[in-house]
Write a protein that binds this ligand. Structure first.
Ligand code: NDP
Ligand code: ZN
Length: 176
């Protein structure tokens, strides 16, 4: 993986998410999240350009005005395709989007599965360490159950990431 291309993607995502914040009490800068996802992949041995770039860019289409065409022009069709695989259809109600993530997970490409695993691991970590300001314990618990159901369909691409997910899940549900 070329460092220059990774930095270009980080710069692109930072610009796209520049006016957004995460939902934690401190309203962390949004870019911390894609940065955490790509770091998670790197720390678990992923070196392929497509999943690394797609992890950096994974929320740009869903949460900013970025289009598939723009990603394809700047980063290539292969990266754009993986980002689209992990992008929810926001015209659907939230509950349906959640169901579809579970249904789609086993059919994703290996690269998209890696990105989704990293996304779910870092979101569980955030729910334990810096949760959304107004979430009840029940709502957090529901998210842990749902994330585990999605991840059941992602298994088989990285034993190391799966272990990290299981450890994060256990840490977040300990004592519940
Ligand atoms: P959201 O999808 O609105 O929020 C979760 C998402 O927020 C994460 O997947 C992550 O997505 C992003 N996020 C931003 N900041 C954080 C953070 N600090 N920690 C973790 N995630 C963060 O909420 P739900 O997943 O709860 O989806 C709504 C569902 O919740 C509905 O289906 C509804 O049924 C249910 N609900 C339950 C309630 C309850 O009290 N039990 C109340 C209201 C709704 P990303 O990586 O994409 O940024
Ligand atoms: Zn995400």
């Amino acid at each position: 993986m070329d460092a220059g291309e990774l930095l270009k993607a980080l710069e692109f995502a930072a610009m796209k998410h520049r006016d957004q914040r995460r939902k934690d009490e401190a309203q962390s800068p949004y870019i911390n999240h894609p940065l955490a996802a790509v770091t998670m992949l790197w720390n678990h041995g992923v070196r392929d350009r497509v999943p690394l770039l797609a992890a950096v860019l994974h929320d740009t289409v869903e949460d900013t005005g970025t289009t598939r065409e723009e990603l394809a022009t700047v980063f290539g069709e292969d990266v754009a395709a993986v980002v689209m695989e992990v992008t929810d259809d926001k015209s659907l109600p939230k509950d349906r989007r959640k169901e579809l993530q579970v249904e789609h997970a086993p059919h994703l490409s290996s690269h998209a599965k890696l990105v989704k695993l990293a996304d779910k691991i870092v979101n569980l970590r955030d729910l334990t360490d810096s949760p959304p300001a107004n979430w009840s314990p029940e709502r957090r618990a529901q998210y842990f159950v749902w994330a585990q159901t999605v991840v059941a369909g992602l298994r088989g691409v990285s034993a190391s990431l799966e272990q990290a997910f299981d450890a994060e899940h256990a840490r977040g549900t300990r004592g519940n």
